[in-house]
Design a protein around this ligand. Structure first.
Ligand SMILES: *Cc1c(COP(=O)(O)O)cnc(C)c1O
Length: 422
């Protein structure tokens, strides 16, 4: 093993095997590749040297490139440096982390908050800390990959309920209750626990969970509820805390999760809830314990993002976003059909939403349509398995407060020329 290098024959067998797997992905229309963006997040992007109008960002309020957030990040770098140096529980719990968590708790109206390096890490850490192999974990069929991965890692007994189907969930809760048996007392510490996890606004479909009904069910069966507000934080409710606030159930949800990387414009994840929950996660959430804390720039930008969302300007951005959503929805509904109009998913909720999926079905077809749109100056990547089920490929169109009416016109003109049929 001269020089410690793998022998060429081994390397080449390794690469051949991976190349074979990649070829299989290509055949199924599931191959993915990176596109280099040479501009900040905005409706107008420079992608691989081409100017494109972007309809795929989760930067719903246009905060990713907002001066107040950039300024806060720069100041944090000046004051606290580029790196955090260590995990939170050693010497990496810097003032900006504490400021962020205070701002988060106040924003969400929760007793306490804990920040993580990503939303993904928040899900993995919280679920893994709360349930183990003797417990039951019940997930909506369409929850995000990070919750699915958390479930695998936690090793709890896993059941999936049909998407937003409270009847199906109730059957599973009844089944779990039979497995658990009657508690000797409500404080019976040895009793297996049941944790239900869902999203408030679903990332790939844009529809909303019936949170009031879910809360009523989990209370009826003594289960715990965790809600991922990744696509709702900053957008719903009088204080823009999320859909739980809009529906008046925030205080009945044991674990409120979200990301700082979407409407809040920065990066990171969070869990909000009781002080005891947060103390418990500080002690038990492995993605919190065993990972270097987020850099000062990211947490300071997130704090500024929260402050922005809470301000009058934040409210105006949110209103502008809903105005654009309504503009686009009515234009799509009234559009004279092209060769085959996009299968606009029916609006299944009375509330507006920034995620508007155009269903295609076939994976290769979705990739072709996305490429055709790109040649017309529109950027909407094809979303395919494993982000959505096989045969459910789609263009996941998202709007942000930064889109102008002229941008919508350009999108509609491009869509008119396309054939969405399978
Ligand atoms: C994006 C997303 C996450 C992950 O958050 P990150 O901060 O990007 O890691 C979790 N849940 C949902 C529903 C998401 O869309």
């Amino acid at each position: 093993m001269a020089g410690g290098r793998l022998r060429p024959a081994i390397m080449s067998a390794f690469n051949q095997e991976l190349a074979r797997r990649l070829a299989a992905l290509r055949e199924q229309g599931l191959y993915r590749e990176l596109r280099r963006v040479d501009s900040p997040q905005a409706p107008h992007l420079e992608v691989d040297g081409q100017a494109l109008l972007n309809f795929s960002s989760n930067d719903y309020l246009g905060l990713a490139n907002e001066p107040a957030l950039k300024e806060a990040a720069c100041q944090a770098v000046q004051r606290y440096g580029a790196g955090a140096g260590a995990a939170r529980l050693t010497c990496g719990s810097l003032a900006p982390h504490h400021e962020l968590e205070e701002a988060l708790a106040a924003f969400k109206g929760a007793a306490a908050a804990l920040s993580f390096s990503t939303g993904y890490a928040a899900a993995l850490g919280a679920i893994g800390a709360l349930v183990g192999k003797d417990d039951f974990l019940i997930l909506d069929k369409l929850v995000h990959a990070c919750i699915v991965d958390a479930a695998r890692l936690a090793g709890a007994k896993l059941r999936i309920f049909a998407h937003n189907d409270t009847e199906d969930l109730e059957h599973i809760l009844q089944w779990a209750e039979r497995q658990v048996g009657r508690p000797k007392s409500t404080a019976d510490a040895s009793r297996p626990r049941v944790l239900v996890v869902t999203e408030s606004v679903f990332s790939m479909d844009g529809d909303q969970a019936p949170l009031r009904e879910l809360v009523a069910l989990k209370e009826k069966y003594g289960a715990w509820l965790m809600v991922d507000e990744a696509h709702a934080t900053g957008l719903y409710g009088p204080n823009r805390r999320g859909l739980a606030e809009e529906l008046g159930v925030s205080e009945q949800i044991e674990v409120q999760m979200g990301t700082l990387g979407k409407a809040l414009g920065a990066a990171g994840g969070y869990i909000c809830g009781s002080r005891t929950l947060i103390q418990y996660l500080v002690n038990r959430a492995r993605t919190f314990l065993f990972s270097t804390s987020p850099v000062p720039a990211a947490v300071a930008a997130a704090t500024a993002g929260i402050r922005f969302v809470q301000s009058t300007a934040g409210q105006q951005r949110r209103n502008l976003l809903w105005q654009r959503v309504s503009d686009l929805r009515s234009a799509l509904a009234n559009q004279a059909p092209g060769p085959r109009p996009p299968a606009l998913a029916p609006l299944r909720s009375p509330l507006p939403g920034a995620i508007i999926p155009l269903l295609v079905g076939d994976e290769n077809r979705a990739v072709q349509i996305s490429a055709a749109l790109r040649s017309r100056g529109i950027f909407i990547p094809a979303i395919r398995y494993p982000s959505v089920a096989r045969g459910q490929a789609r263009l996941r169109l998202t709007l942000t407060a930064g889109h102008s009416l002229a941008d919508l016109e350009q999108l509609l003109a491009a869509l008119r020329t396309l054939d969405f049929g399978a």
